[in-house]
Ligand binder design. Structure first.
Ligand code: R1P
Ligand code: URA
Length: 292
């Protein structure tokens, strides 16, 4: 018996588009670029040879077009893993559910998804301007714990080593940070030999969860020192951003290929930041467009 997705679970707008993204199934390309900032969608799309559709709802702005003959959809997710839950589930529904019958299509359509973001660097070799490709992500967000199969795709020994190193128990990051690999083939193709391959913490916030203290003290004042020193199986933690774990985890569970690549705009160790990055991120965008 085919599973039927009722209208409260799979919400389709009157004109046939998916609930939040307002995208119709025929507008989705197999290659997808995700960006956090809605303003970055136009920067990516400015490189397209032609645009076939443009649509926008809330923080989700989408353009589909072609770049050197490749059909690509670029869309903004806004900030945070909660938004990634919406975007990846809705993209997967557009690709793999028949909107007329509300049943799963017989053949899996596998998307290739690259997130282009900004991040905070945590090592001396990740200064401002570095491109970091997240071969592993540590999710502080908890999202993947709501899906069956989380333990079968996560790096459980890495998770245990990280928790032991941090000395966290109780409320800190409960129930547990999850550790998830990006797609290996896509990581190799996007990172090549000119990007740092890293372990990225996807934090559930920009301030406290990334160890930034403004007026309110942190629960663990030594959080970032410990993170910067952590080493496991030859890996060190390279950067903080806010979406890569949910993207890697959900994509893996659904059968899509995904990876995150970010430009460092602040280095927390060296204590430097660049607020004028909007002009320089274009180099990263062109690199991804050529390698996707
Ligand atoms: C925080 O400033 C935002 O920037 C980073 C973080 O992941 C978070 O979304 O990525 P984007 O520049 O893609 O939004
Ligand atoms: N994005 C983040 O999430 N953190 C930073 O420090 C910079 C960009």
């Amino acid at each position: 018996m085919k599973k039927h997705f009722v209208s409260s679970e799979l919400i389709i707008n009157e004109e046939g588009s998916i609930f939040h993204l307002h995208v119709r199934p025929e507008w989705l390309a197999d290659k997808v670029i995700l960006v956090g900032d809605p303003g970055r969608v136009a920067v990516v799309a400015s490189h397209f040879d032609n645009k076939e559709c443009e649509v926008e709802n809330r923080e989700f702005r989408t353009v589909t077009g072609t770049y050197e003959g490749k059909r690509i959809t670029v869309l903004s997710t806004g900030i945070g893993c909660d938004n990634i839950d919406i975007v990846i589930n809705e993209l997967d529904a557009l690709a793999n559910i028949d909107f007329h019958t509300r049943t799963e299509k017989p053949q899996l359509r596998r998307l290739e998804i690259v997130r282009i973001g900004t991040c905070g660097g945590l090592q001396p070799y990740t200064p401002v301007g570095t491109f970091v490709c997240s071969e592993k992500s540590i999710g502080f967000d908890g999202l993947l714990n709501f899906y069956a199969g989380r333990n079968s795709i996560c790096d459980l020994p890495f998770e245990r080593a990280f928790l032991n190193h941090m000395g966290w128990s109780g409320n800190m990051c409960a129930p547990a940070p999850y550790v998830i690999d990006a797609d290996t083939e896509l990581t190799d193709r996007i990172a090549q030999d000119d990007m740092v391959r890293g372990v990225t913490i996807a934090a559930g916030g920009f301030f406290g969860p990334q160890g930034r203290e403004l007026r309110i003290p942190l629960a663990d004042p030594h959080q970032n020192e410990k993170i910067e020193k952590f080493e496991y199986d030859g890996y060190r933690i390279t950067n903080f951003e806010m979406e890569s774990s949910a993207l890697a985890g959900l994509s893996r569970l659904m059968g899509h290929k995904a990876v995150t690549v970010c430009m460092v705009i602040a280095n927390r160790l060296i204590k430097e930041a660049n607020t004028g990055y909007k002009n320089t991120i274009d180099t990263l965008i062109k690199t991804v467009l050529n390698r996707i």
